[in-house]
Ligand binder design. Structure first.
Ligand SMILES: [Fe+2]
Length: 421
């Protein structure tokens, strides 16, 4: 992907620069830009769930005294959003929008994120990977150059793959409220033409906009919803004194972690503020959480943002699009929802057994709370399984948190050094 000339506009602080993470040893530092790279070797020394233990410095409550000469045991709780956020500014996204001078009436109204779009130079290998990742083919063109992949949610497809001479990121795709929203979006600088999707399952209309960093963002309207597939069973959990699972034994079938839907995707960018402004002014995307670091003068500077689709009082995923300031502009990862913790671990085991390369997982994020599991696909894109993510709405205050290893996960394997490259 060609990026605009922004090399001289790097912000003074990046998400990676203060994370005490060693410089990159990765050979493909700009995945989006390196579209022509057809052969790809995954980085060595990947972290797995059986890997090196997390450094104790990541344990925020390490050594906390219980008042009786012991150490407080770990604890978990499902807290109200504003309590969990803690020392934030207690500012609603509506207030934040006012401060930014955002005119909500001019925004293109998104409903949800629907699917990812990629080009792969080796469709055969990717086809095997996506099956092992837990998707299934809903439609394949006769020449096998275009494949639409389903989850078991009500999206016609959650992943579109096309064959091409080079690896290419073709963007995420959001459903918009009406055809009029597509027409509104076509006036945004960087927008193409509205096109009818005559071949894709469910039909509909598609518009592609290139953001200031050069990333394509797709908007869609008119796709017929698909009937949902089979939802996995919910396990019954036994606790210490609450044990409803009597004469019911847990049994599992090994295999891929079936994908439900697309959850989120995101970028590393050199023009963080410009990208944030583009997405929050033009669309009903609002910040859920910011990560910050102090700049040279000690003033806290936002270096990463998790944004959700603002649907008013309706609950929506903690983040749908995220961005982090970085010395290079590249796609970070796309994430797909799976059923639960066991599904995810069984899926991890399945991908490992097939010989794919783990990036990081299984672990539990702090912001968003998701159980995560990151992998390299066979083209060199990072892709994630997640489960049990937070939901937010317009009453959820915007959060701010210091950017660092401690902001990434509460448990899980060691953070691989290239994760934030
Ligand atoms: Fe993610």
């Amino acid at each position: 992907m060609a990026t605009r000339s922004l090399a001289g506009r790097r912000p003074s602080a990046h998400l990676t620069s203060l994370d005490k993470i060693a410089p990159s040893t990765r050979s493909f530092t700009t995945m989006a830009e390196n579209g022509a790279k057809t052969s790809w070797t995954p980085p060595q020394g990947n972290s797995s769930q059986f890997g090196v233990a997390r450094p104790t410095t990541l344990t925020a409550r390490e050594g906390e005294d219980d008042g009786e000469g012991g150490i407080k045991p770990n604890a978990g709780a499902s807290l109200l959003d504003k309590v969990a956020i803690g020392d934030s500014k207690n500012e609603l996204s509506l207030d934040w929008q006012k401060q930014q001078g955002i005119d909500r009436s001019k925004q293109v109204k998104l409903v949800k994120v629907s699917h990812m779009r990629y080009q792969h130079s080796d469709m055969g290998t990717m086809t095997k990977f996506l099956k092992d990742f837990g998707m299934h083919i809903v439609k394949e063109s006769e020449d096998k150059q275009r494949i639409w992949w389903r989850g078991y949610g009500n999206d016609q497809y959650v992943y579109y793959a096309q064959a091409g001479p080079e690896k290419k990121f073709l963007g995420g795709c959001f459903e918009v409220e009406s055809y009029a929203e597509l027409e509104k979006a076509s006036k945004i600088p960087g927008a193409g033409q509205v096109e009818e999707m005559t071949e894709a399952p469910g039909g509909g209309y598609l518009l592609t906009i290139h953001d200031p960093a050069g990333f394509p963002m797709n908007l869609m309207y008119g796709q017929q919803p698909a009937p949902c597939g089979d939802y996995p069973d919910k396990l019954i959990h036994n606790y210490e004194v609450e044990k409803p699972r009597v004469r019911k034994f847990n049994r599992f079938t090994p295999g891929p972690a079936a994908v439900h839907k697309l959850g989120h995707y995101g970028y590393c960018v050199t023009n963080f503020e410009e990208e944030l402004s583009f997405y929050t002014h033009n669309f009903n995307l609002v910040p859920t959480d910011f990560l910050y670091v102090p700049d040279e003068s000690g003033v806290n500077k936002d270096v990463a943002v998790f944004m959700h689709v603002d649907r008013g009082e309706d609950p929506t995923d903690h983040h749908t699009l995220f961005m982090a300031s970085n010395p290079t502009t590249h796609v970070h990862h796309a994430s797909f929802e799976v059923h639960d913790f066991d599904t995810q671990n069984l899926g991890h085991q399945w991908l490992a057994a097939q010989g794919y390369t783990s990036v990081w997982g299984v672990g539990r994020h702090i912001l968003g709370s998701q159980i995560f599991d990151y992998w390299w696909d066979t083209t060199g894109n990072m892709i994630e399984h997640y489960a049990d993510g937070d939901l937010v709405n317009r009453d959820t205050p915007v959060g701010w948190m210091h950017a660092g290893d401690e902001s990434l996960a509460v448990w899980g394997p060691e953070v691989p050094k290239w994760f934030l490259d």
